[in-house]
Design a protein around this ligand. Structure first.
Ligand SMILES: Cc1cc2nc3c(=O)[nH]c(=O)nc-3n(C[C@H](O)[C@H](O)[C@H](O)COP(=O)(O)O)c2cc1C
Length: 198
């Protein structure tokens, strides 16, 4: 499976399903173990363990899903709640979400939209209080960790994954309603249902 990982920029006739999407998120981003903060011990801040590793176990990356085609799930912009393993509805499809999809298609020369555009958004303060001037570099390393986990799990599920490197963080903040300096996009990843066999 590790050997067969490739970037696949187009899915096939079968849309991604909600079950496949849920399985992918489960094996990439869910909270496996929550470690609450201890107010009496400043070294024991709130943290969690997840399938991906993360500096300080602080997991500042949030996953947002712009769904265009997924069996069992209405097209919309959602946020993945990693503690509850649930999707939180953020916005209906419209010009703002279409702008995110268009950027993704342009970045990967795609002729049709990915079934789901996964946007990785950083909650900067979650890292900055501890890592200060190193925080942004660590966040970008975490994007790489997350990309590889998304690739490997998507490959194991027989899906079509492709990392992207040209998102528009201002457009994302406007679409998702985040405050730009607190939380915005630092990576994007296209995901579609099973590709047609070569
Ligand atoms: C950080 C990163 C950014 C990438 N950005 C893009 C992109 O914007 N568009 C694209 O088509 N592929 C993108 N890719 C996929 C690479 O083009 C791809 O990994 C490379 O061509 C090797 O192919 P393979 O993944 O099939 O081994 C990106 C990959 C990484 C790791």
């Amino acid at each position: 499976m590790v050997e067969s990982r490739r970037s696949i920029r187009q899915g096939g006739a079968q849309p991604l399903t909600l079950e496949q999407l849920g399985t992918l998120l489960w094996h990439v981003a869910r909270v496996q173990i929550h470690r609450p903060a201890n107010p009496d011990d400043p070294r024991q801040y709130g943290s969690s363990l997840r399938p991906v590793s993360g500096g300080g176990a602080m997991h500042e990356l949030e996953l947002y899903l712009t769904v265009t085609r997924c069996t069992g799930l209405e097209p919309a912009l959602y946020r993945y709640d990693p503690g509850a393993h649930e999707l939180e509805w953020i916005a209906a499809p419209g010009a703002a979400t279409q702008g995110l999809v268009n950027d993704a298609m342009r970045a990967a020369a795609m002729e049709i939209p990915p079934d789901v555009l996964i946007t990785l958004a950083a909650r900067f303060a979650r890292m900055a209080w501890k890592y200060e001037s190193m925080a942004y570099a660590a966040i970008l390393k975490h994007v790489g960790v997350m990309y590889q986990q998304l690739y490997l799990v998507a490959t194991a599920l027989g899906l079509a994954p492709c990392a992207l490197g040209a998102g528009d963080s201002e457009r994302f903040a406007a679409a998702a309603g985040t405050r730009y300096h607190e939380e915005t996009s630092v990576g994007e990843f296209a995901l579609s249902g099973p590709p047609e066999p070569f």
